[in-house]
Design a protein. Structure first.
Length: 613
């Protein structure tokens, strides 16, 4: 083999370089000529109006086209929602022919990706290249800071906020108690939460407003209107109270009973609400609902229309959403969230009062205990009085503005007085057998009513005797609702449901329970267990199947999981666990071992067997 000498290497290098030079693309030769301005700046507008950049090579500067537009960040808006801040850029641009592009708003965390350019339509064109968007972003950022960016802070929620040592109440158009310039930025759907300035133009306007708000009580049955009135006036107190209200109002009735109309009149106390348009409903995602309930701090939020769907999958989905919202509201908590970098984000806890309307009630006793059910019928509302109040609905927000101003003036006393008064009212409402949350609901509503009538009395809208009578009537209304709700909770007890279904299945001969010896068998059909003189021994899997199959035939479902339900039976000592603590136990029947749940509850035994143990 011939040795390669130095001359051969030099020849090879020369040939390779000639090939590279021959294949080098010619990039916009007409724009390669640079003027001094271009030499000083990395980015510039080329002769054809394109945004370009200068690329420096060993052969000299080269012009690279980036886009047929240029843009600047004109404003940086910092939105503070009370948990975290979001930076939003306002960006304006022009096409290469000078045509202006509409202003767009882009969150800071989306700016770098440049995906927001699609908002300018097909006319805004980015040149090809993996790094082109990075250069455009860099150009916009650097040029904007050179030109100067106006920065302003906005508040992204309603309700109480301490700003520069001054406590104010925020709403879409500003703040009550504001001594300076406060800017509010709410989502488009929530801009109706707008209260008038206080004080109103004259005392006559305030008097008419308070009379209009009090007339809300008279458009229907007081058993409906008083709790709604209390919920409305409790909303501005929400985050001032410790503990926070731990329930939702639930307006329950068939279609055509004016549920949504009453809800909208409640909302009219907080802004310009004339109809149900843009109200949250249970077709919205849970994330969307959680966000709205977080933003509407110390305000009334409405989630409209929980209806019974004929399709089981839709019914379960809607029931799960409403149960989750109700639990979040009752516990004042929300789903945990993570950033793309796996950092924990603040939770979006609900911070106001929630009113739900529905033609059906959510199941599960713990969910029912977290709602104050206000039942409406065809005869609840006086249509004539309803129409009269709708005509003067604009006065309702004036009344609320006046009330909030009064609360602000008396805020230290309200905050100090509440804890002791709450305990007094809760203890007064406590009745043996009541779910523990029901007396708390009564205490919150009574405190709200007492606060509202104190305000109305000071403003001469109520006499002392009228205020006292209204408070006493309200207490009886709350007690009646709590009594009825306790019965609903008892009726929805999963153990009672199990008992009722077993009785039906045995009576209809759908299932069979055999005697452990030679006694009479109960029912007929699929065998699900045994019984003796004092206990039931049931195959839990078989019982679970029959229970769910029975409910499916009624287009219903069981709200518990299998494991959660058997744990409930164990916790309530309905079943006797094995010596090792297992939920199931092994018993010998007619010489053979059977793994069963041993039901020792005498009420279930008597109901299913018809025998007193």
């Amino acid at each position: 083999m011939r040795k390669t000498n130095l001359t051969d290497h030099e020849e090879i290098r020369r040939q390779v370089q000639e090939r590279i030079d021959a294949e080098k693309p010619e990039i916009n030769k007409k724009e390669v000529k640079h003027n001094p301005e271009q030499e000083e700046s990395r980015y510039f507008r080329g002769d054809a109006g394109y945004l370009c950049r200068t690329k420096r090579t060993k052969d000299g500067p080269v012009t690279i086209r980036l886009a047929n537009f240029d843009a600047l960040i004109t404003d940086e808006n910092i939105v503070d929602d009370g948990q975290e801040t979001m930076n939003i850029y306002s960006i304006e641009g022009r096409l290469r022919d000078g045509k202006p592009l509409p202003k767009v708003e882009v969150s800071a965390n989306q700016f770098a990706g440049m995906t927001w350019i699609h908002k300018w339509g097909s006319g805004a064109i980015v040149e090809p290249g993996q790094t082109t968007k990075d250069y455009i972003r860099h150009r916009i950022h650097t040029a904007s800071h050179t030109a100067g960016i106006a920065t302003k802070t906005h508040f992204g929620h309603t309700g109480w906020r301490k700003i520069d040592g001054n406590t104010v109440y925020l709403h879409a158009d500003g703040a009550i108690g504001n001594g300076g310039d406060i800017s509010i930025r709410l989502p488009k759907e929530l801009l109706r939460y707008s209260l008038p300035l206080f004080p109103p133009e004259n005392a006559v306007s305030e008097k008419k407003a308070l009379e209009a708000s009090l007339s809300f009580l008279d458009i229907g049955d007081h058993a409906v209107m008083i709790p709604l009135f209390c919920g409305i006036y409790l909303a501005p107190l929400t985050t001032l109270l410790d503990p926070l209200p731990n329930f939702s109002l639930y307006l329950y009735g068939q279609s055509g009973t004016f549920k949504s109309t009453l809800a909208v009149l409640g909302l009219a106390h907080f802004g310009k609400f004339n109809g149900v348009e843009s109200l949250s409903n249970l077709d919205d995602s849970v994330a969307n609902l959680e966000k709205r309930l977080f933003i509407l701090k110390d305000s009334l939020a409405v989630v409209d229309d929980f209806y019974p769907s004929p399709r089981r999958i839709d019914k379960e989905g809607m029931a799960n959403r409403v149960a989750r919202i109700i639990r979040n509201q009752g516990n004042r908590t929300a789903r945990g969230r993570m950033t793309p970098t796996m950092e924990e984000k603040p939770r979006l806890e609900p911070r106001g009062m929630l009113l739900i309307t529905g033609e059906d009630l959510p199941g599960h006793e713990s969910t029912l205990a977290r709602i104050h059910v206000i039942e409406v019928t065809d005869h609840t509302v006086d249509k004539h009085k309803l129409t009269e109040l709708q005509r003067c609905r604009s006065f309702l927000s004036v009344a609320m503005s006046s009330y909030i101003s009064w609360v602000r003036e008396n805020l230290p006393d309200i905050v100090k007085y509440f804890p002791e008064r709450f305990i007094q009212l809760r203890d007064k409402a406590s009745v043996e057998g009541f779910h523990r949350r029901l007396p708390e609901q009564m205490a919150f509503l009574r405190f709200s009513l007492e606060t509202a009538v104190t305000f109305m009395t000071e403003r001469k809208a109520l006499t002392d005797s009228q205020a006292s009578a209204l408070v006493q009537e309200g207490w009886q209304v709350f007690k009646g609702i709590a009594d009825k709700q306790q019965q609903r909770i008892a009726d929805d007890d999963p153990v009672k449901l199990l008992t009722d279904i077993l009785v039906v299945l045995v009576t209809q001969h759908k299932v069979r329970i055999n005697h452990v010896d030679e006694g009479e068998d109960l029912g007929a059909g699929n065998m699900i267990g045994f019984y003796d003189a004092s206990c039931l021994y049931l195959y839990f899997t078989a019982v679970w199947h029959e229970l769910n199959f029975f409910l499916q035939r009624q287009s219903d479902y069981f709200a518990f999981s299998k494991s959660a339900f058997i744990q409930t039976l164990k916790d309530r000592r309905i079943i006797q666990p094995s010596p090792a603590g297992e939920n199931t136990t092994v018993v010998k029947i007619k010489g053979k071992p059977h793994r069963v749940i041993k039901i020792i509850d005498t009420n279930i035994y008597k109901a299913v067997t018809g025998v007193t143990p």
